[in-house]
Design a protein. Structure first.
Length: 359
């Protein structure tokens, strides 16, 4: 998946005021999806400790909103909050989503129409039905929860439905799968807005994996914890401490005591990526961290992160992020430069992903 550093993100990173996030809740909202948006964006801080986002909850009418469990919530704000938002997040409502008609009409359509043209719009889980019914996903790639993906594809043939990924970034419009994938999407947006270091800090505060790439599979065909199956976690932990070295597929397989063929199959089942794709993303994440936090030259960063040459690093940055290493550093560079290099990314989850170069 391509995660371009968009104009919205660049403006957010340089803006002096907090980025305004409005969460649009409807009857039947899933409380976890509402809570994760507030928790993640609300935890983001500048190096000086200032909030990077302001988050408000709004409804089509202020007041009581049913959830899908045995309590209600109160929304102080109405749809007017959408008109001044930089980012709008639409959580799921299993009570409504799969019954929406296209084109969308009524108060919900009016509320979405009030979102500024430059505003970013993201959905969690079946919230994608709202975006699609309003025409925001026409001609775009999108995802939703895998259990609803078939119905979504039938209802909206003009949308390129991808049921196998965690989230999809189409620039102004983003969609994610189930609740946990909403965490990944929020961290992705924080990373695009304010850089990898800000997103990693939020992940540490909330004790979640710092980075799972959007193209990772929503689910795996066989449980990782099945006792008679060896995992690939040892090789991933080992590789993370050696990102600057020319690692081979044979070396990685040997760390887990498997043949290359078995290792490659098992790795894909557990992570949703090939070993080469995973390693490349881990290296890219480390390069982003070095650009943000050190004065190292592009050549040195290319070497330390395992790309070998600055040309290779630039190619991967352009392909994956839609920008150059120099432009990325200008946008996301923090005010302080540490004397020593940061440690390579530590992915605590077996499913975590991050950066580049070939196996």
């Amino acid at each position: 998946m391509t995660a371009a550093v968009s104009a919205v993100s660049a403006v957010s990173a340089r803006s002096g005021s907090p980025h305004r996030v409005a969460v649009l809740v409807r009857h039947g909202v899933l409380p976890m999806e509402l809570g994760l948006v507030h928790q993640l964006f609300g935890s983001a801080r500048s190096p000086a400790g200032e909030p990077l986002y302001s988050v408000v909850t709004c409804a089509l009418e202020p007041g009581s909103v049913r959830t899908d469990v045995d309590f209600t919530l109160h929304a102080d704000h109405g749809p007017e909050a959408l008109a001044v938002a930089d980012t709008v997040v639409v959580p799921a409502s299993h009570e409504q989503d799969e019954y929406l008609d296209a084109p969308l009409t009524g108060p919900l359509a009016d509320a979405l129409a009030a979102i500024p043209a430059a505003g970013r719009i993201a959905s969690i889980c079946t919230g994608a039905f709202v975006l699609a019914a309003h025409g925001l996903l026409d001609g775009r790639r999108a995802t939703t929860h895998w259990r609803s993906a078939e119905a979504f594809a039938r209802r909206f043939p003009q949308v390129e439905t991808d049921p196998e990924v965690l989230y999809v970034d189409e620039g102004r419009v983003l969609t994610s799968a189930g609740e946990a994938a909403g965490i990944d999407l929020c961290l992705h947006m924080i990373r695009c807005d304010f850089g990898a270091a800000a997103a990693a800090d939020v992940a540490r505060r909330t004790v979640v994996p710092p980075h799972r790439e959007g193209g990772q599979a929503q689910y795996i065909p066989r449980p990782v914890a099945e006792p008679d199956l060896a995992g690939t976690g040892a090789s991933r932990a080992w590789a993370l401490t050696r990102l600057g070295e020319p690692l081979t597929l044979k070396q990685l397989a040997a760390r887990d005591g498997m043949s290359v063929r078995t290792f490659s199959r098992r790795f894909r089942e557990e992570v949703g990526l090939t070993p080469m794709q995973w390693l490349t993303r881990q290296r890219l994440e480390y390069a982003r961290q070095l650009l943000e936090e050190t004065d190292h030259t592009i050549d040195r960063i290319a070497t330390k992160s395992g790309f070998g040459t600055s040309a290779s690093l630039r190619q991967h940055f352009q392909t994956t992020l839609g920008t150059s290493p120099g432009a990325y550093r200008t946008t996301f560079r923090g005010p302080a430069t540490p004397a020593t290099s940061p440690s390579p990314p530590n992915t605590s989850s077996p499913s975590g992903t991050s950066s580049p170069s070939g196996v």
